[in-house]
Design a protein around this ligand. Sequence first.
Ligand code: M6R
Length: 611
Amino acid sequence: MCGIVGYIGKREAYPIIIKGLKRLEYRGYDSAGVALLNGGLKVFKKKGKVSELEGSVSADATKSNLGIGHTRWATHGEPNDINAHPHVSQNGKLAIIHNGIIENYQSLKTELEQKGHKFKSQTDSEVVIHLVEEILLNNSCSLEEAVRLALNEIIGAYAICVISEDDKSQLIAARKGSPLVIGIGDGEFFVASDATPIIEYTNNVVYLDDYEIAIIRDGELIVKSIEDVIKTPFIHKLEMELESIEKGGFPHFMLKEIYEQPKSIRDCLRGRLIATDSHLNLNGMLQFMNKFTNAERLIFVACGTSWHAGLVAEYLFEDIARVNVEVEYASEFRYRNPVIRENDIVVAISQSGETADTLAAIEMAKSKGATIFGVCNVVGSSISRASHAGAYIHAGPEIGVASTKAFTGQVTVLTMMALILGLKKGTLTENRFRELIFALDQIPNKIQKILDDTSSVKKIAETFQFAKNFLYLGRGYNFPVALEGALKLKEISYIHAEGYPAAEMKHGPIALIDEDMPVVFIAPKDSTYEKIISNIQEVKARKGKVIAIVTEGEKDIFNMSDYVVEIPATEECLQPLLSSIPLQLLSYYVAINRGCNVDQPRNLAKSVTVE
Ligand code: M6R
């Protein structure tokens, strides 16, 4: 959480930083700030969005070629002007921005207070700049050395940038556990939490690794380890297009990303699936094929929506590849001392590739000998780099906080993996394999069909916009979709929603049903069809309002439901790729009708880089 941006070069830093912070607002948006070097150090901080900060920055301060900026998602200390970053040292000469959590900040703070340091904020971050200052005071060393020594005392996660009034040609950055990318321009450098603030200026980037410090001085970049050993940075070429991080005519990123799904899934399948040749391949799986075929168990670890994709994977891999599957919340798995064997494969699913719990879970599993396979969206992200192998979902940047195209991208990759493994293990016949890859190839067109007529979803959203609760029910492959539908609704519209396996309703949630309760049944025609009809009857008998997602042309559920949304028919194992789309749209339109900020819902951030 939190977005950080820094610039050093020939241009004015301020507009670059502000634009960059707006691109990073998805990471947190409860306060923002900048520090600029113009004459002396000038710091401006404001509670609220970056746009509110803009009004408070004095014009003369903006004439600076060196600056750092921060957009915050509060952990320690409430969102207010004082707790906003940058934080400055006691003498007012040093400034820091920080993304992460300093776990031992309290003990460091107490020690520094005993030495006379006075703290202004309640944050953990402020302690770092006081520590750097204290080291500078006591050792006649360079700023770079002081930062390095300070980081050696810190426990926790950080991506930081530090600047000093005493050296206007220097910016120092470092990371451990929180992402940091450095853009290399012509005599200029950009530092950011991800590549989106950089892409407009340069394609050449260095992803800083954990325990690395970047010293950018006099037009030169030096990367060192925290032990002071010089490293040779690898320069990556960014392939991201600028349009992919803009709204492209849509009112919100979320809606744009929902509508991008036919394309994002085609991009995900491109070069991997050629239905007419019965060809399906994931390069990342190739070198580990023996591990996959011999694996006794696949353990999927993830959080939030990515965890729901993991639940879909449980059905896919058990059904198609006949392998034992466990699906774990990364935050529980990492602390549970789980039994992990060497022939277990741990599949980490993460859009951002930066989720702290998922990253820690795979590090723990790796240390116990498991093979790690990453399914990520963000290229070069921490989880993708910490994995032994993996497959990107190629969905393009997902900026809306509510995950949409990343979910369908994850499910697409997981489906391909299950099909490849099923064929290899012989649990799937060649004929069935061919049928399924033909069906998978058709998914983008079928999603397009759903998106071409959203009138029924809009009507339902209008009808139920004032509902206080929603229940989402599904069976089999559509149970994870029920969970995902409920999560989408609660995170952007703030309506309480629960997802359940439809048959579980009788064991408790049925008590909630009355004439005010909308119940969304994800009920396309599949092997659970007859059973779900009974569940619908149970809701109707208690006067609940039935909203059903049904297969086109289906009559029974259509006739017994109060509202229906039709989706095209597909193979049962591919249904989540279609049935999730109307639920994304439903949450979007309900939230819009309620006047909610769908791209930046309250209390949430896109990347959860703290545990
Ligand atoms: O980047 P990740 O996929 O690891 O993120 C996991 C969750 O934080 C994320 O899916 C979150 O639940 C979304 N807001 C859901 O829309």
